[in-house]
Design a protein around this ligand. Structure first.
Ligand code: GLV
Length: 327
């Protein structure tokens, strides 16, 4: 190891053609991709580490910061930063980087893919076709839910929520949405109506979640929320698993409180094999792949590396979640 070069820690290896020359000039240690957070074997390096580049399932709690007296930046290769104790970073003057914008379209596409698959029961239809349950053309077989004229409730009209709504408008769906602030521009642009959460839950045919995970949104969709939904409702979650209470969701799907769910995120994550959500025909689970396109992931890595580099050099990060550290 070259003690004259700043030491950085990547919790997971990134392909060399994504990294290019962005790490030239640094001493790099890389975590084991099968471990989350900082591998136990790497803790001893934290004393010297100037920057950490982590993934959305790597917890960076205050204990890690306490062991890293020379840390100048934490850079997350994700837009969500719920895995990082941002308040503790801010207290120590450590900027936290993330990768917004670049994954908006990919995540919106995946949301639509999930939503359409659940509405048209593609997993069941495909399994039936493959497993010999496809006989004559059946007028009443595999009847799905129409998107045209459906009321879709978007919970959280940020970048991704808006991109999902734009796509749905072209399918003829009617959009209602919740958001923390008033958004008259979105109402106009999408011919949509801003409502409160109760009204959204009561009136939506399809509910799609696009809020970050915070103390306020943790378990936002709980037992009481499911009780308000139509029994024909479909729930789509491509935000964070813990926005939905998993036990309440299982009950709602089992007891017909809602019709079906499409989940790209779950709580816990990954869902262990044999989990009840895998056993239900009316639940489609994908393994948190909202941003998983070749271009999106490469650009996310580039942004995360640029944030890391800027932070170590004492420059403002292009995408910083706690810019108050610069005040
Ligand atoms: C994906 O979930 C992200 O936060 O980037």
């Amino acid at each position: 190891m070259d003690p004259n070069k700043p030491l950085i820690l990547l919790t997971h290896e990134l392909p060399q053609n994504w990294v290019g020359s962005l790490l030239d000039g640094y001493e790099v240690i890389v975590g084991n991709k099968n471990e989350r957070g900082i591998d136990r074997g790497l803790i001893k390096y934290l004393e010297r580490v100037s920057g950490i580049l982590c993934l959305l399932d790597d917890p960076i709690p205050v204990e890690i910061l306490d062991k890293s007296p020379n840390l100048k930046v934490v850079s997350n290769m994700a837009v969500g930063v719920d895995n990082i104790d941002v308040a503790a970073c801010t207290k120590r003057g450590i900027p936290v980087g993330h990768t917004p914008g670049v994954l908006t379209e990919g995540t919106a596409d995946l949301t639509l893919a999930l939503l359409l698959s659940v509405c048209r029961e593609l997993p069941q239809a495909s399994a039936d076709a493959r497993e010999g349950r496809w006989s004559n053309w059946d007028p009443t077989g595999w009847l799905g839910k129409d998107l045209k004229d459906a009321t879709v409730g978007i919970v959280g009209m940020g970048k991704i929520g808006t991109a999902v709504a734009e796509r749905l408008v072209s399918f003829g769906a009617r959009i209602i949405f919740t958001n923390r602030g008033q958004q008259p521009d979105k109402e106009k642009q999408l011919n949509a109506t801003q409502v409160d959460l109760d009204e959204l839950l009561l009136t939506s045919d399809i509910i799609s979640l696009h809020v970050p995970l915070t103390d306020e949104t943790h378990s936002l969709i709980d037992e009481a929320a499911f009780q308000k939904m139509k029994s024909s409702a479909i729930l789509i979650n491509a935000a964070r698993g813990a926005v939905v209470n998993t036990n309440a969701l299982i009950r709602a799907l089992k007891e017909g409180q809602i019709r079906a769910a499409g989940l790209d995120v779950t709580n816990p994550e990954p869902l262990p094999p044999g989990h009840s959500l895998f056993d239900m025909e009316n639940c489609l689970v994908t393994p948190h792949i909202g941003s998983a396109t070749e271009n999106t992931r490469r650009i996310m890595a580039e942004i995360a590396l640029q944030n890391l580099d800027a932070g170590i050099k004492g420059l403002p990060l292009t995408h910083c979640v706690n810019p108050e550290v610069y005040d």
